[in-house]
Design a protein around this ligand. Sequence first.
Ligand code: ADP
Ligand code: GN1
Ligand code: MG
Length: 384
Amino acid sequence: MDKRQNPFHNENMNPSLDHTAAEVVNQFAIYGEFEGASSFGSGHINDTFQSRWNQAGIRIRYTHQRINHTVFIHPDQVMENIQRVTAHIARKLRAAGEKDWTRRTLTVIPSRDGKPWARDSQGGWWRTYLFIERAHTMELASSPREARFLGASIGNFQKQLADLPPPRLHDSIPDFHNMEKRYRRFYEALSRDSAGRAGKAEAETAFMKENEERGAILIRALREGKIPERITHNDTKMNNILVDDGDSRALCVIDLDTVMPGTSLFDLGDLIRTVTTRAEEDERDLARVCFDPAYFKALLEGYLSEALEFLTDTEKTFLAESGRNITQIMALRFLTDYLEGDRYYHVSRKGHNLDRCRNQIALIRSMDAQWEKVLGIIRSLAGP
Ligand code: ADP
Ligand code: GN1
Ligand code: MG
């Protein structure tokens, strides 16, 4: 196809990708007149597009994603998880008489032969969702009020999935938040130093070594059965929550590839990591990377308004540690990817992964500097 005629074409995109995107939309059970499409979103893993259709005079949009097949080696299992989880939430919303429920959970559009995915001629895996209108994602929270909504949405998401019928969901990425395994891979990358970068990351490496023991707390508690396994999202950074354009309330939890068994603390932790900071994850001006206790308090209030009824006493003892823990695992993963030559995360500049690692370490230091406040807030909201 001539790229000027290709509605998916985007100058910044890998040239083969716009072609395959255009090829794949017609495999999904979408009816109407195709009007155009473009790439969308800023995720680190998948490639996202929106398409526009005329259905008997009404403009309707869909979201299409090419699933990163290197990261998710069983895309069919990922889609089976997503289909079960979204259908379960949809049933609950409808039973509760929730208006507008198709904006409150993702809706999977099947392929024309009834599968929740379709393949392109390059071997790529694709999925399609209803495009959720009048909503946006945010990279930073701009008020404690927003932080409270975000916290409540993840507490509610965990609550909605607490009674998902068996079987157990697939582990879409086994050991995704397993700090001990992440450390093993980090040490391998460090000793191999395949990209010749270890010398540029000595301070960060030292930080990681100093914090190794503390970082293993959550995964050990889970393994030893001290905290329960639940169905969790595992990638609850705040830009994976769609927010209503009108009232800024959290509307829908998206990016469900990593929904699988985990601990509630992974999800709370990733929210703390992204909602309580005043700078984006790759901000280089580290003076701007500050943990804000007011956002932390509001986030916890929102989360606990939904989660207090199901959290065990032992889970509550780890609430404070959860944010520090997930921030540490991100620092470690960014550093490992930097050492391995940027093979995992999308990067858009030299040293991008090292910048992200430094940023996350700065956030941990800022949390540590205010740790007594963190503990005080937890005590006031969740008891001793
Ligand atoms: P990634 O894994 O790459 O982060 P996401 O699933 O988070 O991909 O999607 C990337 C972006 O696409 C989101 O931040 C959001 O802006 C947009 N998006 C994804 N799904 C939808 C949807 N169903 N409706 C509207 N926008 C969506
Ligand atoms: C990735 O897909 P995205 O951009 O929402 C990553 C998360 C990290 C995040 C860091 C499957 O999330 O684990 O926390 O980047 N997802 C996967 O921004 O590895
Ligand atoms: Mg995302």
